[in-house]
Design a protein around this ligand. Structure first.
Ligand code: HDL
Ligand code: ZN
Length: 410
């Protein structure tokens, strides 16, 4: 295969591979309004809220009192009209609008709103997934969400394209409040972690794993998470969560590095970042070889040691350029590092989409970058005389966009 043919082959394979999106904040359409979509939700995405506040002196309270349309108007004006929309979050909105065939150069927000108003939610899900090349979406599902929980309790017919992941941050990070909630839900727990309480926490995990058909459990952790260390989080982790994951043969996803509410007035946009203590996770992965761990870390500074950890522990699968690392410069840096240091047993990206339409831009941007790195890697391979075949390239690319994750999940 000539260099040009190889490049074209890799680019086409990446462009056409069907994606499994292993972490999002999207919902099965059965959850109704919890599934966000359309131009106003795209514009009030918390990434854009944070950026817009830098260009306005409106008070936080005044902004939050505005309607979604008024918030979107303010963000459109600040980030698209008063300044060129070059940040990744702004560019993403335009990539998505362009993919729908909408003419963004007119900068006509009312016309855009009119087009979205004509879309039918049901068909729109399929349209977005087709434009994004996404065939499966993993949700983030929390029994602690007062809007989401009743929908699960009532039951609904699943859209098989949407899979569940059981999110347990409040269990591990806010036990005092959470133990009261579990008590209200009929679990016989006390605030102290007695054997009875631990067994009831496991019953809670069992009930919700089954109710959701959860494919993995997940938690985000603050940068100062430490292990081993005698604390409630670690006792719940070792005595309830990890045994539960072993019993149900489910991976446990750890997402370290988020410092919640560094600016509480920004709401969802107010979370910050910190460098995590990788030694804690090395101890965790080493102590529980029977558990399978997924991990993505929020800090750029943790990425190299996370790759080294993946080399040490085959029960660790690293994934995604999460949140503040989800920008082209770092996606390229981190993907290159992972391919060079770990190889193909990784999942380079997830979308973390909160608005359905975002999967279109997130995956177009991701594939452009990951494709570019892969072309270089296969060219370097060919330069040794090893000719990667089209079938081998297709196999590798399928692995990177969901296949390796599924093999790891067993
Ligand atoms: O904790 C998480 O899963 C994060 O992804 C947060 O939801 C964050 O607000 C986010 O959407 N990041 O992309
Ligand atoms: Zn997320």
């Amino acid at each position: 295969m000539t260099r040009a043919a190889l490049k074209a082959r890799v680019e086409r394979t990446v462009a056409t591979v069907r994606v499994t999106d292993i972490h999002t904040h999207l919902y099965d359409p059965a959850f109704g309004d919890l599934l966000l979509w359309g131009i106003d939700d795209l514009l009030v995405y918390h990434y854009l809220v944070a950026e817009a506040f830098r260009h306005t002196d409106i008070s936080y309270d005044k902004f939050w009192s505005l309607s979604k349309t008024q918030q979107a108007d303010l963000i459109w004006d600040a980030l698209f009209l008063q300044h060129s929309p070059i940040s990744e979050s702004c560019r993403g909105v335009l990539t998505t609008l362009n993919a729908f065939g909408l003419d963004v150069k007119k900068r006509d927000l009312p016309a855009l709103r009119k087009w979205f108003a004509g879309q039918k939610p049901g068909k729109f899900v399929t349209r977005c997934m087709d434009l994004a090349g996404v065939e499966q979406i993993y949700m983030t599902n929390s029994p602690f969400d007062d809007i989401e929980r009743p929908v699960w309790e009532k039951g609904f017919e699943r859209d098989e394209r949407f899979l569940a992941a059981l999110r347990i941050d409040p269990l591990l990070l806010a036990w005092n409040d959470t133990s009261k909630k579990l008590g209200q839900w009929g679990y016989k727990v006390s605030s102290s972690l007695t054997p009875k309480t631990i067994s009831q926490v496991r019953k809670f995990l069992c009930d919700w794993t089954q109710k959701m058909d959860a494919q993995y459990l997940m938690v985000s952790l603050p940068p100062d998470f430490n292990f081993p260390e005698a604390n409630t989080c670690n006792r719940l982790l070792e005595e309830a969560v990890l045994p539960h994951c072993r019993e149900f043969n489910l991976p446990f996803a750890v997402m370290p590095g988020v410092r919640r509410a560094v600016n509480p007035q920004l709401g969802l946009a107010g979370d910050g970042i910190g460098v995590s203590n990788m030694a804690a996770f090395n101890h965790l992965f080493a102590k529980y070889p029977e558990n399978r761990f997924l991990a993505t870390m929020l800090s750029r500074e943790n990425q190299h040691e996370l790759c080294v950890a993946a080399r040490k522990f085959r029960n660790l699968h690293i994934f995604g350029c999460w949140w503040f690392t989800n920008v082209p410069h770092l996606i390229e840096e981190i993907t290159r590092l992972r391919l060079e240091l770990v190889g193909l047993s990784i999942t380079p990206q997830h979308s973390d989409a909160r608005v359905l339409d975002q999967i279109i831009y997130k995956w177009r941007h991701n594939k452009e970058i990951i494709g570019r790195v892969l072309v270089e890697k296969y060219e370097q391979l060919a330069a040794t005389g090893w000719q990667p075949t089209s079938a081998e390239i297709e196999r590798d690319v399928r692995d990177l966009f969901g296949g390796a994750f599924k093999k790891f999940c067993g």
